[in-house]
Every structure is written in C-alpha cells, then in structure tokens.
Write a protein that binds this ligand. Structure first.
Ligand code: NAI
Length: 294
C-alpha cells in the first residue's frame, strides 16, 4: 500500500520527533530529519537504527522490512531540503511564537498541498496558524510518549483547517497502526485536559505533605490501576516539556485556579532537575531504572 504521504519531514528530532519518524518510515514514507541543534538529528538517526536493530534481533521486524526502514530515513542537510515534503510534522519547543515562525518559514518553502502538522500538547492550532497564508493546510497531530507504544494520536482541526487535511492525517495514522481520535481545538485537547487532575492534584498532595511523591505514585498504580504514577509520568515527559504545558493550559483558561501549575515543578525546572532524560527528576536514573533520590 502506498503511504498517504510519500515524503515526511520531521522538524525537532527529540523524544517525540524520532518516534514520529519511526512510525512514518514503518508506514513506507521517506523521512527527512531536521533539528536546529547541531548533532540532534544525527543522534535521532542513530537511535532509530538502534531501535530497528533491536526489533530485528527480537524477531519483531523481518530483515527486508528492517533494511527498508533504515534506507527510508535520512538527515535533511539543509532547511531547504525539506521543500519536497508532502507532510511536515513539527515536534519542537512548546512555545507559540516559535511554532508560528517555524510554520511561516515552512509554508514559504513547501508546495501548496503540503500538510503542516504540529505535535503541540496544549497550544491552539488556530493560534499557531493565525499568521499563515494557507492556515487550511495546518492541523494538530498530537502523539504520546513513547510514540511506538502509545497507539492513540489526536487529530485537531483549527478553525480554518481544511477537512481533507484532517482526513489525510487520520488515514495516515491508521497506516502505521495508530488509532486516530478527532479532538477539538481547545487547551490541552482531550488527553492533556482530562489528564490535568492527575499531575496538578498530585503535586498539591505532595506540596501539602499529605504523602511523598513515591507513595502517591505507588498508590495510584496499585489501587487506581494507572500504569505510571504522576511523578513517574512527569519524569518520563520531562519538566521542560510538561511545565510549559501546565502554564499554557492555565493561561488559556484565563487563570482558572484548578489548572494552576505548581511551584514544585517550576523550581525543579529552574534547577534543571527535569526528569529521566537528564538522569534525575523526582527519581534518579543511574542505570536507566527509577531509584529514590539520594
Ligand atoms: P525534546 O526536548 O526531546 O525535543 C525537541 C527538539 O526540538 C530538540 O532536539 C530541539 O533541539 C529541537 N528544536 C527546538 N526548537 C527548534 C526549532 N525552532 N527548530 C528546529 N528544532 C528545534 O522535546 P519532545 O519531548 O520531543 O517534545 C517536543 C514537542 O512535542 C513539544 O511541543 C511537546 O509539547 C510535544 N509533546 C511532547 C510529549 C512528551 O511526552 N515529551 C508528548 C506529546 C507532545
């Protein structure tokens, strides 16, 4: 089967970008990786190769499929090399003005039919597309971390998004085995709105010293059946990603008190203690596994 998008550009090749790149290559698309930070796209490319090698070793991917996936992904050596893409997905920093600038630059580069997609967790698609000449081509395509394991993806239409664009993204998500869910363009969409209570309230419980974070995690896993406790989840997402999401949802709901972010995460973010990716968050990750802090 032909992929819905023959060539896919990924801008921002961190945790999310590389997962989206993996899915795109596995759907049969040619994938170009671009990142503003020197070496980041190379790191993503080698991480992707490692992932496919592991899947091959475990027998989850055949040799032919493995080789095809590896051959489909390459670095976008220059910004201009994204020009032929049929779809560009951004997974960059969660800042409205930065995303607006990126898409304004992109639409001057790609063809008029290229679909532009944002993996934003919380920002308004309508606002991201506000200054574009072709806002109809922009939609939200919101994945969850880790992308290959979390099989739901939210497809979000802004006020001006063309219906055909959402349909293409929906069809594409099905091609790599995800379940697309249509979400309204509201702060946090479905998951990050409904999930607010999980992190924000747990931070209040910890802040009021009702229980420490490890106890809260244990209880919510053992008694409420969650796969990850709220603090484990924040460590996985990383506070440099999740704290701005908390702030963004709070401000978009006009400072509604129940969404107010926590000074605990603000302070930890300021101190760089952001989560698993730096080896330390609420837990320590000396050998990759979560341990209590010293
Ligand atoms: P990350 O920090 O792992 O990666 C972001 C990458 O974008 C970095 O490599 C950085 O160098 C690059 N970048 C930043 N600004 C750029 C620019 N202007 N142009 C090109 N590259 C740029 O972040 P992560 O976790 O991958 O998140 C990225 C986006 O995905 C954010 O919008 C976040 O809200 C969203 N998201 C994150 C989830 C998570 O659990 N981490 C889940 C769902 C969405």
């Amino acid at each position: 089967m032909q992929p819905v998008f023959r060539t896919v550009g990924i801008v921002g090749t961190g945790a999310m970008g590389r997962g989206i790149a993996q899915m795109s290559a596995q759907a049969g698309s040619e994938v170009l990786l671009f990142d503003a930070q020197t070496g980041a796209a190379d790191a993503a490319l080698s991480a992707l190769r490692d992932t496919w090698q592991k899947l091959l070793t475990k027998g989850k991917l055949g040799q032919t499929e493995h080789d095809a996936c590896v051959s489909r992904v390459r670095l976008a050596d220059t910004w201009e090399s994204l020009a032929p893409c049929d779809l560009v997905v951004e997974a960059i920093v969660e800042k409205l003005d930065v995303k607006q600038r990126l898409f304004a630059d992109l639409e001057n580069l790609v063809g008029p039919k290229t679909v532009l997609a944002s993996n934003t967790s919380s920002l308004s698609i309508t606002a991201i597309g506000a200054g574009l000449k072709r806002p109809g081509q922009l939609a939200g395509f919101h994945f969850f971390n880790p992308v290959p394991l979390m099989r739901v993806v939210e497809v979000i239409a802004g006020l001006k998004t063309d219906a055909v664009v959402c349909q293409q993204l929906t069809d594409y998500a099905r091609q790599f085995g995800h379940t697309p869910v249509s979400a309204q363009d509201t702060p946090g969409f479905i998951v990050n709105h409904a999930g607010r209570g999980y992190g924000t309230e747990a931070l209040r419980v910890a802040g009021e010293k009702v229980a420490d974070f490890a106890t809260i995690d244990r209880i919510l896993k053992d008694q409420a059946g969650f796969r990850l406790g709220p603090f484990e989840l924040m460590d996985l997402t990383a506070l440099d990603v999740s704290h701005p999401v908390m702030e963004s949802i709070y401000h978009q709901y006009f400072e509604e008190p129940r969404y107010r972010p926590s000074v605990i995460t603000a302070q930890r973010l300021a101190g760089g203690v952001v989560g698993k990716k730096v080896g330390e968050g609420f837990y320590r990750y000396d050998n990759g596994a979560a341990q209590m802090p010293a």
